[in-house]
Design a protein around this ligand. Sequence first.
Ligand SMILES: [Zn+2]
Length: 264
Amino acid sequence: MEQLSDTVWLHSVVTRGFSVTSGVVMARDRIFVFDTLDSPQAMAPVAGLLEGLAAGRRIVVVNSHHHWDHVYGNAAFAGHDFVAHRLCRRLIVTQSRSGSASVPPPPPEGVPLPSVGFGDRLRYDDESAAVNLIHTPGHTEDSIILYVPDQQVLLGGDTVEWPFPAFAQRDGGEVYLKTLRALNQLAVRQVVPAHGPVMGKEIIDANQRYLEDLYEAVRASKRSGVNRADVDLPAEAFIADGVEIDETYRTMHHENVEWVYDEV
Ligand SMILES: [Zn+2]
């Protein structure tokens, strides 16, 4: 585990070729676990840290959204409160029944579902440190982030991603841009994406630019009569100079292009 600030710890694993990060935030009366990675075993270091730190604090497990690599470790915290956006619970169930090749089977321990759901915002006020959960639709309709104002730390889930985000919300372009603009208004020093390195606010700017430029380019292609399968817009044109992307992200960009094509 890596300590990011006075009250924030991070834990990352590599699953299916990409890295996923979970966060722990300590407040006076509660400890928050933000995302549970791909299995209960992957959360063992976090469970170990909690044993040392919890000291009577209530453990609150937060799922940033329903995707398997953020919820499959929930069973490591069975019996505690699970908090998520109110759509998350249903989407976890739908995902488990989808039979999609991109979704591995759930762990044998099962996946405890969120027991507390909220709409736009949920704020925990522990005298010393407030913790805000904020609905940030765009990547998915149930995406949320966790914001710790006094540390100026933002745990972003998949709402922010390096070098660019994945689109998994039907017709979500405008709502995603609105989300990123709102995040840019927060006082933030460190942004922690679930996939990618800890950065400053430049990751929000980069994601915003990627969205704006890609929507514009795909719209122009479609208007000029290019077929969905023939749109030729390499990822490099939409990310910062010199950033290398691997096969996973090349495929993801291609899927984003098709996703946008269906929307514009
Ligand atoms: Zn996701």
